[in-house]
Design a protein around this ligand. Structure first.
Ligand code: UDP
Length: 455
C-alpha cells in the first residue's frame, strides 16, 4: 500500500527550516513520508554543519534541494535580491522536482506543506492539483497583520510601496501588541528596495494562501488569543519542539557545541544569563564590545552565542580571546548552542534574546524571563508581546543608538531580582505545555490536521 507522502518546503532561513523540520518529524511519527526541499545553499549548510554526525542521523526524512537562483558568493542576506531570484527560478524547479518524484516513486506527493512566505509553492501545488498547506513559523499576529495589508492601504496608513504615511502606532485589536508604523515587518528588512519587493510578495502570498486547505502556525491560543480571534483561519499547533534522541535531524546551519550543557551543569540553579541573537543579527564592534563588557561586569554567570558571522565576518578575534580568558570560568562563549536544551536547563535564569519567534516560543515554553534586544523584521512585535502583553521580560533601552554596558548590567539585575517575571514566565510555560498535552488545543488541531493529511 502506498504511504501518504508530503513535500515540505521552508523559506531558506534558519528560523523557518527548524520549525518545519520539527513538524516533519511529527508527521513521520504518524507514518507519513516526508520529502524536505531546501535550497542548494541551505542544504549544503545543513549537511556541512552535521559533519561527523551525518552518520547517526535517522534517514526518515528525505532531504533534497533545488537552486535558489543566486550564484555562489552572492549576498543571500539581501532579502530583496534573494526573493527576486527565488521567484524567477524556484517555481519551475519545484514543479520539475514533483514531476520527477511522481514518475519514479509509487508514493506520489499527496500534499505540499509550504512556508506561507513561499505562496508561489502553494500556486505550484494548486496548478498540479495537489492539496496544499501554508505553514507560518512566526506569530499569528504577524500573519494577521499581513492579511490586513489592504486595509492599511485603504486607511491611508501605508502607501502602495508599504511605506508608512506617518509615524504612529497601530493595534489590530485590544490585547494585541502595539506596532510602531516604522517597525512594520516589511519596513525593517533592510532598505527600500527590499521593502518594496517583500511588500509585493506579501500581497501575492495573501492571494496564494486562499487556495491552501490549512493555515497552521507555531503558536498557541494562550500566547495569542486576540490574534486567533481576529484571524480564526490560522490554527495553532505549537509549541513545536525538537526531539532529544541521538540522530535527530534538527536542520541547524551551524554545528551545535554541546560542551555548554556540561558547563551549565556546573552552574548554580537559576543563575545563568543565556545570550543569543538567532541567525541574522549582526553587530558592529562597538556594540559587541559594550555587550561583552556589560556581561563581564554583571557578576552573573553567562553563556553567550557568538556566531562566526555576528560581526559581518570581521570579528575581532583578539578582543574575543582576551575577553574569554578574563571571564572564564563564569562566562562561556560558543558559536552555536543546542538552544532548546539550554533554555530548559535549570541553571538558566534569563534569556537575553533578539526575540525571533522561535526563540520567543522556546523561551516561554521553558518558563525563562527575557531581556529583549530585537534586531529586525517581526522581532519588535515579539518584544511587545514579551514586555507588554505577557509581561515576562524587559526591553533594553536603545534610544541612544547603542545599548550601553550600564544598561545591560542594570536590566539583568532588574529582571533576575524581580520574581514577578519568573512567576509569570512559569504560568505561560504551563499554558504552553498544556496545549501540547493529550486533549490540549494544539494537540487537537495537529491531530485533525494529520487525519486530514492521511485521508
Ligand atoms: N538556535 C540554536 N542555537 C543557537 C541560536 C539559535 O539552535 O545558538 C535556534 C533557535 O533555537 C531557534 C532558531 O535557531 O529555533 C532561531 O530562530 P529565531 O526565529 O529565534 O530567530 P532567527 O534566526 O530567525 O532570527
Amino acid at each position: 500500500m502506498s504511504k501518504t507522502h508530503i513535500l515540505a518546503i521552508p523559506y531558506p532561513a534558519q528560523g523557518h527550516v527548524i520549525p518545519l523540520m520539527e513538524l516533519s518529524h511529527e508527521l513521520v511519527k504518524h507514518g507519513i513520508k516526508v520529502t524536505f526541499v531546501n535550497t542548494d545553499f541551505t542544504h549544503n549548510q545543513i549537511t556541512k554543519a552535521l559533519g561527523e554526525e551525518k552518520g547517526v542521523v535517522d534517514n526518515e526524512i528525505q532531504l533534497v534541494s533545488i537552486p535558489d537562483g543566486l550564484e555562489d558568493g552572492e549576498d543571500r542576506n539581501d532579502l530583496g535580491k534573494l526573493t527576486e531570484a527565488i521567484l524567477k527560478d524556484m517555481p519551475m524547479k519545484l514543479e520539475m522536482l514533483i514531476e520527477d518524484i511522481n514518475k519514479s516513486s509509487s508514493n506520489k506527493i499527496t500534499c505540499v506543506v509550504a512556508d506561507e512566505s513561499f505562496g508561489w509553492a502553494l500556486e505550484v501545488a494548486n496548478n498540479m492539483r495537489i492539496r496544499s498547506v501554508a505553514f507560518w513559523p512566526a506569530s499569528a499576529s504577524m500573519l494577521a497583520l499581513a492579511f490586513r495589508v489592504q486595509q492599511l492601504l485603504d486607511d491611508g496608513i501605508i502607501d502602495s510601496d508599504g511605506t508608512p504615511t506617518k509615524d504612529g502606532i497601530i493595534q489590530l485589536a485590544p490585547m494585541m501588541p502595539s506596532m510602531k508604523t516604522k517597525e512594520l515587518l516589511w519596513t525593517c528588512l533592510g532598505g527600500f528596495t527590499a521593502q518594496k519587493i517583500i511588500f509585493d510578495l506579501m500581497r501575492r502570498n495573501n492571494k496564494a494562501v486562499e487556495v491552501a486547505d490549512w493555515i497552521i502556525c507555531n503558536s498557541t491560543y494562550d500566547h495569542e488569543p486576540a490574534a486567533f480571534a481576529l484571524a480564526p483561519e490560522i490554527l495553532p499547533i505549537g509549541p513545536l519542539h525538537a526531539c532529544n534522541h541521538v540522530g535527530y535531524l534538527a536542520g541547524n546551519f551551524w554545528p551545535e557545541d554541546s560542551t555548554c550543557l556540561n558547563w551549565l551543569d556546573q552552574q548554580p540553579n537559576n543563575s545563568v544569563i543565556y545570550v543569543a541573537f538567532g541567525s541574522y543579527t549582526v553587530f558592529d564592534h562597538n556594540q559587541l564590545q559594550e555587550l561583552a563588557l556589560g556581561l563581564e561586569l554583571s557578576s552573573k554567570p553567562f553563556l553567550w552565542v557568538v556566531r562566526s558571522d555576528i560581526n559581518n565576518n570581521e570579528i575581532n578575534h583578539k578582543f574575543l580571546r582576551e575577553f574569554e580568558d578574563r571571564v572564564s570560568p563564569y562566562g562561556k562563549v560558543v558559536q552555536w548552542a543546542p538552544q532548546q536544551k539550554v533554555l530548559s536547563h535549570p541553571s538558566v535564569a534569563c534569556f537575553l534574546s533578539h526575540c525571533g519567534w522561535n526563540s520567543t516560543m522556546e523561551g516561554t515554553t521553558s518558563g525563562v524571563p527575557f531581556l529583549c534586544w530585537p534586531y529586525f523584521a517581526d522581532q519588535f512585535v515579539n518584544e511587545a508581546y514579551i514586555c507588554d502583553i505577557w509581561k515576562v521580560g524587559l526591553r533594553l533601552d536603545r534610544s541612544g543608538g547603542i545599548i550601553t554596558r550600564e544598561e545591560v548590567i542594570y536590566k539583568i539585575k532588574q529582571v533576575v531580582h524581580d520574581e514577578k517575571f519568573k512567576a509569570r514566565a512559569l504560568e505561560l510555560k504551563e499554558l504552553a505545555i498544556n496545549s501540547v498535552k493529550e486533549g490540549g488545543s494544539s494537540t487537537k488541531n495537529l491531530s485533525n490536521f494529520i487525519d486530514w493529511i492521511k485521508a
